[in-house]
Design a protein around this ligand. Structure first.
Ligand SMILES: *[C@@H]1O[C@H](CO)[C@@H](O)[C@H](O)[C@H]1NC(C)=O
Ligand SMILES: *[C@@H]1O[C@H](CO)[C@@H](O)[C@H](O)[C@H]1NC(C)=O
Ligand SMILES: *[C@@H]1O[C@H](CO)[C@@H](O)[C@H](O)[C@H]1NC(C)=O
Ligand SMILES: *[C@@H]1O[C@H](CO)[C@@H](O)[C@H](O)[C@H]1NC(C)=O
Ligand SMILES: *[C@@H]1O[C@H](CO)[C@@H](O)[C@H](O)[C@H]1NC(C)=O
Ligand SMILES: *[C@@H]1O[C@H](CO)[C@@H](O)[C@H](O)[C@H]1NC(C)=O
Ligand SMILES: *[C@@H]1O[C@H](CO)[C@@H](O)[C@H](O)[C@H]1NC(C)=O
Ligand SMILES: *[C@@H]1O[C@H](CO)[C@@H](O)[C@H](O)[C@H]1NC(C)=O
Length: 384
């Protein structure tokens, strides 16, 4: 076949692939496409053995490096904020992360479980705080409560790997550090369930500079002060991740706009997502496991077959890639902006809470110090 006869067909294929990019959709307001479920009871990935594949993971900013401590999320220069989200959703289940937070004043490391309706479960570490980790939650993006964030005392989150596990069911959320239960949030205690995270959610890992100069003062203070980029790199490490999905469908669908867990339909009609990690064989792992002769043999045959493919690829994609890179940069910038705004909002809530408490205690209000931004410190344990 002549190249000239196959090119138009291939060009058509490329267009189809591009059209598949979905836009984010809030099921509270509109009808959205189904969420792709994990499709298995469990998924584990050990980043000493495997890397995140594009099948399973979507980098919304930056990318990871891999080293002796697993996946590395690195801030090298101002504007870096590597962040990834899973392409799968779980509808209740467990997220276990063997994790080491980044150092650095004003640097925030995070593990987030989040739905399309903005239900959210958070773990957050502040680089300059070597004694505490914060857990938090939001229901349907409602940030108006003053008592959700709890700071948990712990030892050396930036020096040692710890096991941070979230166990999420329709009745409660349990937060564990190294198998010690540090917090339980019951459904009814989250504004009678209205603020309880209860819709299919993805898993996000990320690091960013909450203390960047461009953020407002409250955010900078919440993050523990202004970020000094002279001491970079600041690196967050993820050794492994284990996720279970309690619902085990292949798709989750919102049957109405209520955002309640009862409205979620579990479908089982499509093929499950192709996984990487321990449940699937990643290309990287298989390639590393092959002998050199096998590599040469495969390389040789791939090269032969690959020539026509390469011509087609160049034809299709060079132009799109250029456009794609530009889009990606814009997307990263937008993502950063959205996140700063969200953080600013939360920090403002924290400030109002501090003032409220200060007033109740008869203390003067005004200048806010990092120490009184965190009013739940210590008392979190007794509340639950
Ligand atoms: C990755 O996530 C972004 C941000 O939500 C989204 O706009 C984009 O469509 C996703 N890409 C893929 C390939 O899923
Ligand atoms: C949903 O719609 C309401 C008004 O109908 C609007 O105020 C709100 O911002 C929308 N929320 C989202 C998440 O789009
Ligand atoms: C994890 O999933 C695999 C199949 O992918 C299954 O064989 C195994 O029993 C599951 N383990 C648990 C603890 O559910
Ligand atoms: C948001 O949460 C607060 C306190 O948790 C609650 O009083 C308020 O009614 C909630 N707002 C909405 C719109 O549900
Ligand atoms: C992590 O903690 C969870 C909750 O206690 C526990 O079930 C799990 O076995 C722990 N994982 C490892 C690798 O120790
Ligand atoms: C933020 O801090 C800067 C520098 O310390 C100060 O000039 C500015 O007035 C502060 N802004 C607010 C809103 O407090
Ligand atoms: C979906 O199908 C798989 C395999 O057939 C089964 O193991 C699983 O339990 C089903 N899930 C639901 C929610 O029906
Ligand atoms: C770390 O956070 C806790 C809880 O908010 C706070 O009491 C402590 O002072 C913080 N430490 C530093 C060094 O900021």
């Amino acid at each position: 076949m002549k190249i000239t006869t196959i090119l138009p067909a291939v060009a058509a294929l490329c267009t189809t692939a591009l059209a598949q990019t979905f836009s984010d959709c809030n099921p509270l307001n509109t009808t959205c496409p189904p969420n792709t479920a994990l499709g298995r009871s469990n998924y584990s990935i050990d980043f000493l053995q495997n890397q995140m594949s594009d099948n399973v993971w979507n980098w919304t900013a930056g990318s990871a490096k891999y080293g002796g401590d697993g996946a590395e999320f690195v801030i090298n220069t101002r504007g870096d904020a590597p962040t990834v989200r899973s392409k799968f959703y779980i509808f209740f289940g467990t997220v276990e992360c063997i994790f080491k937070a980044a150092r650095g004043q004003g640097i925030v490391s995070s593990i987030v479980i989040q739905s399309d309706t903005l239900d959210e479960i958070d773990w957050e570490w502040i680089g300059g705080n070597e004694t505490h980790v914060q857990t938090n939650y939001f229901g349907k993006g409602n940030t108006t409560s003053y008592d959700r964030a709890i700071w948990h005392p712990m030892s050396s989150p930036q020096d040692d790997f710890h096991n941070y596990t979230t166990d999420w069911s329709k009745d409660k959320i349990d937060f564990y550090i190294d198998s010690n239960l540090v917090r339980t949030l019951k459904y009814e205690d989250a504004n009678g369930g209205k603020n309880f995270p209860q819709t299919p959610s993805d898993v996000r890992l990320g690091i960013w500079a909450g203390g960047d100069k461009k953020n407002d003062n409250y955010t900078i203070e919440w993050a523990g002060g202004e970020t000094d980029y002279k001491d970079t790199p600041y690196t967050m490490y993820v050794k492994s991740l284990r996720v279970t999905d309690a619902s085990q469908g292949t798709q989750y669908v919102y049957s109405d706009n209520s955002g309640s867990y009862e409205s979620i339909k579990v479908l089982n009609e499509t093929k499950p997502l192709k996984l990487d990690g321990e449940n699937g064989e990643s290309v990287v792992k298989r390639w590393q496991g092959l002998s050199d002769t096998a590599k040469i043999a495969i390389g040789a045959s791939v090269c032969g077959v690959g020539l026509i493919g390469a011509i087609i690829f160049v034809f299709c994609c060079v132009k799109q890639r250029r456009a794609g890179k530009h889009e990606k940069l814009l997307e990263d910038a937008k993502f950063e902006k959205d996140r700063s705004e969200l953080l600013a909002f939360r920090a403002e809530m924290g400030r109002q809470r501090s003032e409220k408490l200060a007033m109740m205690q008869g203390a003067p209000t005004g200048q806010i110090h990092p120490s009184n931004m965190n009013m739940n410190s210590g008392r979190g344990y007794q509340r639950y």
